[in-house]
Each structure stands twice: as structure tokens, then as C-alpha cells.
Design a protein around this ligand. Structure first.
Ligand SMILES: Cc1ncc(COP(=O)(O)O)c(C=O)c1O
Length: 384
């Protein structure tokens, strides 16, 4: 490993930080579940936060123009996507925006189409709002997780369907939708007049040389029917700071969204906005190193998995490995890995109990330790 990696090699004690990730399991377990990395945020973020904290007054805070400009230039330089300031909606997080969008843009009993297994709030949002969840199976094609398009087409043609919830890049599974795949989905959304909520929170975590295409950037019709959800939080490890944003070009959709959120969803956290400005303005070098580090971790993990009966499709994006453990015929895979000393996410929370999701956003020494524990448990059971 070269010097640029040393910042990601540092093992940080989070045990006293009330971290969700590190509080869930007993101390001796290595937690590899929630999408939160064990890395320090970049210095530019720490400096900006320290400066703002030192100002000492933390009253109600407007969205700074510098934040709007930083987002615009980030979206334009990375995705060639020009977004007007007026189309941005600033939020304290994306989960609330997913749930709110379902409640605004569909009615009780309406169908909401969701390709899965997927991050559980995409399925929870329709279910808790008493919508009909229309699941589309993701399947491995040419080594990548993609939705079954025949099922997708039938779901869109269902007169009950009103919305599509997309997760791109997909969590878990790590596929990045190609432009051609998105255009096919868009053609269906247009034909059947469906609103699209595109959760693109993982878009800055692409490990391969494949482009991220924001769904709303496909064409004018896509822009008109899409609520795009993005945030710096996964990439720059600032989830506890509470800042995310939506891009809603269609004024009718945006007005309804803003109206319904008023009084229910608080303004974003002032420190979250401070961190977002620093991340987008000055975090590029750190971000590039992060991607190289994660890519290395992905390949390290894939090579270790390949020596076991477990399987993992190639992950184009994210630090969340979606691992098929069906060959182990375990009654409770999550409990097996926990007993081995590794706290993974249970695949059933995303829609498939024969899988686990393993977060490799950590120093490689931690990943190595976790894999050594897993291999020991597999050896004891005669699997390797
Ligand atoms: C696809 C996806 N959307 C949303 C979130 C959470 O967003 P937030 O923390 O902004 O509510 C996550 C977190 O893992 C996620 O993976």
C-alpha cells in the first residue's frame, strides 16, 4: 500500500462515540453492517466544522449560496448535469424524503414498483403507507445485478402502479445502471405516466470506470417526472451531520413536496451544510484516494470469498458486498456470522435470507481480521 492509503489504514476507536455501528453488537464483534465507514472524514471537513463551531452561535440557519454553488458545480463536473438553484430542496436526510414522496405521489392501495432486494426503506416506504409493493426481482446478468425487465414492464402496465422507486447505484448488489438500462425504464415510466424517485445516494462511490447517469438527466420527460435524492453523507462519512438534498425540476411536484414537508421535516443541520460545502469544494483528492482504497478492499474481499463456497457478483459501486451464502445451508446465516465474531447485515432485511451484506468501508486490517474469523468458522464446519 502506498502513502496515500495511510489515512484509511488508521484503526479508529469508535467505541466511546455512541456510534450506531459500534453499539449494536458486543465489544468483541467486528461490526460490518450499517452503511457507515470507519474512516476519518477529510481534513477540509474537519477544519470547516471546527471553524463553524468556534463561531459559537448556532441559531436557525439558511442554506448558504456557497452550498448551492458547490452542489451545482459538483453535479455539473461529475455528471454533466446542469441543475438550477430553484430545483434544489435541502433536507436533513433521504429516508424521510423517500417516505414523504410515496405518501405525496401515490394514494392508499396504489402500486409502487421497487426492484429488489434493496435498501429496506425503499420497500418500507410503500408498505408503511399502505401502498401495494410491486417487487421486481434483481438478477445477475453478465455478472451484474439488474432488474428483470419483463417483470418491470408488466408491473408498469399494471393500472394500479403510480410510482417507481429506483436505487442507483443499487444497494445491495452494487450495480450502476447503464444509460441504456435507464432509458428502457424511462420509456416505461413515460408510457404509463409514473413518477420516479431515484435514490442516488451512492453515486459518488463508483469503483469501476463506469459513469453514473442521473435518471433525471436522461431527457426532459425524465426530468419532469423525477425526484432525485442525493447526499454527500455516504461518500464523506458524515451521516451523523444530517444533510441531504433532492433535485425536483417539475414545479408542480416540487411545490407539493415542499408543501407537504413544511412543519414535518426540519431544516438541514447547519453543520451538515458546512461539511457539504467543504466536501464538494475541497474533498476531491481525499475522495479519489477513498475510491482507490475501497476498490482495493473490494478486490481483497472478492479474492477471499472466492476461496470459500460463498459467492459475490462483481460490485461496480458502494462498499456494501452482497454475499450469497446459500451453499452453506445455514438455518440463520446472520447468527452464524455473529457467532464467528462478525456483525454483518442480515440479507432478509433487504429481501433475501440466503444473503448477507458486508460493509468493507474499513481499514484493510479490520477486513482481514473479519475474513480470518469467517474462514475459521467455515473451517470448523467443514466448508473449507
Ligand atoms: C440507498 C440508501 N438511501 C438512503 C440511505 C439513508 O439516507 P439518510 O441517512 O440520508 O436518511 C441509505 C443508507 O444506507 C441508503 O443506502
Amino acid at each position: 500500500m502506498d502513502g496515500v492509503f495511510s489515512v484509511f489504514e488508521r484503526v479508529i476507536d469508535r467505541s466511546f462515540m455512541n456510534s450506531d455501528k459500534w453499539s449494536k453488537y458486543p465489544e468483541e464483534v467486528i461490526p460490518m453492517w450499517v452503511a457507515d465507514m470507519d474512516f476519518d472524514s477529510p481534513d477540509c471537513i474537519k477544519k470547516a466544522l471546527n471553524q463553524r463551531v468556534d463561531e459559537g452561535v448556532y441559531g436557525y440557519t439558511q442554506t448558504p449560496n456557497t452550498l448551492v454553488k458547490a452542489i451545482q458545480s459538483h453535479l455539473s463536473s461529475r455528471y454533466d448535469w446542469g441543475v438550477s438553484a430553484a430545483h434544489l430542496v435541502h433536507l436533513p436526510g433521504l429516508v424521510c424524503a423517500l417516505h414523504l414522496s410515496v405518501r405525496i405521489f401515490s394514494n392508499e392501495g396504489d402500486g409502487v414498483i421497487v426492484p429488489g432486494p434493496v435498501y429496506y426503506h425503499l420497500t418500507k416506504a410503500p408498505l408503511t403507507a399502505k401502498r401495494q409493493l410491486i417487487s421486481i426481482d434483481m438478477q445477475i446478468q453478465s455478472g451484474r445485478w439488474v432488474p428483470d425487465m419483463a417483470q418491470f414492464e408488466a408491473a408498469c402496465a399494471n393500472p394500479k402502479s403510480k410510482m417507481i422507486l429506483l436505487c442507483n447505484p443499487h444497494n445491495p448488489g452494487g450495480s450502476v445502471y447503464t444509460k441504456a438500462e435507464l432509458l428502457r425504464i424511462h420509456a416505461l415510466a413515460q408510457q404509463y405516466d409514473l413518477v420516479v424517485v431515484s435514490d442516488e445516494i451512492h453515486c459518488d462511490l463508483i469503483l469501476d470506470e463506469v459513469p453514473h447517469v442521473p435518471f433525471a438527466s436522461l431527457n426532459q420527460d425524465a426530468a419532469n417526472r423525477t425526484i432525485t435524492l442525493m447526499a454527500p453523507s455516504k461518500t464523506f462519512n458524515t451521516a451523523g451531520l444530517g444533510y441531504a438534498f433532492a433535485v425536483i425540476e417539475n414545479p408542480l411536484l416540487r411545490q407539493r413536496f415542499n408543501q407537504e414537508k413544511a412543519g414535518l421535516i426540519p431544516s438541514p443541520n447547519m453543520l451538515g451544510m458546512t461539511a457539504a460545502i467543504a466536501a464538494y469544494e475541497n474533498g476531491q483528492a481525499w475522495h479519489q484516494s477513498l475510491i482507490r482504497y475501497l476498490k482495493n478492499n473490494r478486490d481483497f474481499l472478492a479474492s477471499r470469498i472466492a476461496k470459500t463456497p460463498m459467492k459475490m457478483a462483481h460490485l461496480e459501486a458502494t462498499y456494501l458486498a452482497w454475499i450469497d451464502v446459500s451453499a452453506l445451508s445455514l438455518e440463520d446465516p446472520h447468527a452464524f456470522f455473529l457467532a464467528a465474531g462478525v456483525g454483518v447485515s442480515d440479507g432478509k432485511d433487504f429481501g433475501n435470507p440466503n444473503y448477507i451484506r458486508l460493509n468493507f468501508g474499513c481499514p484493510q486490517s479490520t477486513l482481514d481480521q473479519a475474513m480470518t474469523r469467517i474462514e475459521k468458522a467455515l473451517r470448523q464446519r467443514g466448508f473449507i
